[in-house]
Design a protein around this ligand. Structure first.
Ligand code: FCB
Length: 512
């Protein structure tokens, strides 16, 4: 791989471009340079009780629309998230990613911060409308230049870049042409993947096709709590198939464009589904959610077929025979190198009982429309455990369960491509953020990863969500997932106690 010196970029003032600044929480914090963590190598610090493999990737993740800002720069056009967030009533306080945390201009500072934390890898996403504004035709060099510079900066600091091609920001042009429910969208995605890989494949060796296609399909076109905000169960299922197809076509395009050593992955938010009881009706509910939440992706990806029970559950909604064309399943099941798992909380379900109605504690946002087509008789329950600021119960056993079952069933090397938690962080008088709950969450989940490794799962890395506080989709800026605090008035970055803690975990190569 080559490593060229990227062009210098200038920083913009945070105040003017922010939208809408008044709705954000004002906090004060010291700048990153004043508080940057240092890896304190002390001779006395003992080896960790739970050491991770030497080549384990210690990472953090972000996504383009959540951090970049600069939405009108360099020829970038609107994505469905620009349109959605600018539509009244769609996001908390009408907040948007117009400025986000200005990573587009501050990436060098952010990479320096990552280096001081000792991260060995950074997972970010490419903004499709920055790279290929209309979703068709040639790539925009100015957009590619940003990712070239970011990848080079990372590599110069010894941090391995991992590029996600699609983290939900479909060019609005393509949504106007039908979006994911339209088959052509899959072809468009493969073309974009090819352009990106040809331009960046010399400096990025790990590629994730899609982030959480479940959310794109079922929150975007089913419950409508995510962009583009459509609410048609049949369209949601069509979107799911076309996302699968897009992934498969993109794997082919990436293999053709990338050096043979490059690794290709997909990131799935598989649900750790638990039945409320052993009653057959509750077990049937869990089976339905596992089908439309998980196996709708793992089935075609790893076995080359949609599960028969999923097809039966949803036969009244879509004509699967017409939707899945000859050759599609062979495309979708092209071998990949790594499977990315995003995990936050388990999912507890039962059959709906008259007394409780169809409760929807599924953690995916309020809507009159369900994101679970073909699962009308299923109730979602709050899992036991403390809650994060998202209202998501904390239960790391779901992560061990998913990693071990994925290993058992599919045998692929695994990456935890997202895991983390939002809490009500408080900035202290000295500007520091003490976040013991986040440290406890991360520590317990890293222990869960370690358990899975001990049980034989080949887990190659862990990416904390998120490097920085950022635009949490429909929840806006109120939900802070960052290990690094961002002051939304000044955009100053301040590592929280959890960032210092993570730096120490990385330095020692494990946890106690
Ligand atoms: C995941 C998304 C990520 C972030 C976290 C909290 O579902 O991939 O962008 O919103 O949840």
């Amino acid at each position: 791989m080559t490593s060229t010196v990227p062009p210098a970029r200038t920083a913009t003032s945070p105040s003017a471009a922010r939208t809408p600044s008044a709705a954000r929480t004002a906090t004060t914090a010291r700048t990153a340079s004043a508080t940057a963590p240092t890896a304190r190598a002390t001779a006395e610090s003992p080896s960790p009780a739970h050491a991770f493999p030497p080549a384990f990737r210690w990472g953090a993740a972000t996504a383009a629309y959540q951090v970049e800002g600069a939405v009108r720069e360099g020829g970038r056009t609107a994505s469905i998230w620009d349109t959605f967030s600018h539509t009244p009533g769609r996001t908390a306080g009408g907040q948007t990613g117009d400025l986000a945390v200005d990573h587009f201009h501050r990436f060098r500072e952010d990479v320096r911060l990552m280096a001081r934390l000792g991260l060995t890898s950074y997972r970010f996403s490419l903004s499709w409308p920055r790279v290929q504004p209309t979703g068709r035709g040639p790539a925009l060099e100015s957009g590619l230049d940003f990712y070239r510079a970011l990848a080079d900066e990372l590599r110069e600091h010894g941090i391995r870049p991992v590029a996600t091609l699609y983290h939900w920001d479909l060019p609005q042009h393509l949504e106007d042409a039908g979006g994911w429910p339209a088959r052509d969208n899959a072809e468009r995605f493969a073309e974009y993947a090819s352009l990106a890989a040809r331009a960046l494949g010399d400096r990025i060796d790990t590629w994730v096709t899609l982030n959480e296609p479940w959310c794109s399909a079922f929150l975007g076109y089913g419950s409508g709590v995510h962009a583009p905000g459509r609410t048609d169960p049949a369209d949601a299922l069509r979107a799911a198939h076309h996302l699968n197809l897009a992934h498969g076509l993109a794997v082919g395009a990436l293999r053709a464009a990338l050096p043979s050593a490059a690794e290709i992955a997909v990131s799935l938010n598989l649900h750790a589904v638990r039945s409320l009881s052993g009653h057959p009706d509750d077990l049937a509910a869990a089976r339905r959610i596992d089908a439309v939440g998980n196996r709708i992706f793992t089935g075609p990806l790893f076995t080359g077929a949609y599960p028969a029970d999923l097809l039966a559950d949803t036969a009244h909604l879509v004509d699967w025979e017409a939707l899945v064309r000859d050759g599609d399943l062979a495309e979708i099941s092209r071998p990949i190198d790594l499977l990315g798992l995003n995990y936050y909380t388990p999912t507890v379900v039962s059959a709906t009982r008259d007394t409780e109605g169809a409760t929807r504690h599924d953690g995916h946002g309020e809507s009159r429309h369900s994101p679970w087509p073909g699962a009308d008789g299923v109730a979602f329950h709050r899992a036991p455990g403390e809650l994060t600021a998202m209202g998501w119960p904390i239960d790391p056993t779901g992560l061990t369960d998913l990693l071990t079952s994925l290993h058992r069933e599919h045998g692929l090397p695994l990456l935890v491509t997202e895991n983390g938690a939002a809490f009500e962080d408080v900035v202290g008088p000295d500007g520091s953020v003490d976040d013991p709950e986040r440290i406890a969450y991360l520590s317990a989940h890293l222990a869960a990863v370690h358990h899975a490794i001990e049980a034989g799962a080949d887990v190659r890395g862990y990416y904390l969500w998120s490097l920085l506080d950022n635009f949490e989709w429909a929840y806006g800026y109120a939900k802070r997932f960052g290990a690094v605090h961002v002051d939304y008035d000044t955009l100053a970055r301040t590592p929280k106690a959890s960032a210092h803690w993570y730096a120490e975990v990385i330095r020692r190569g494990g946890i106690d």
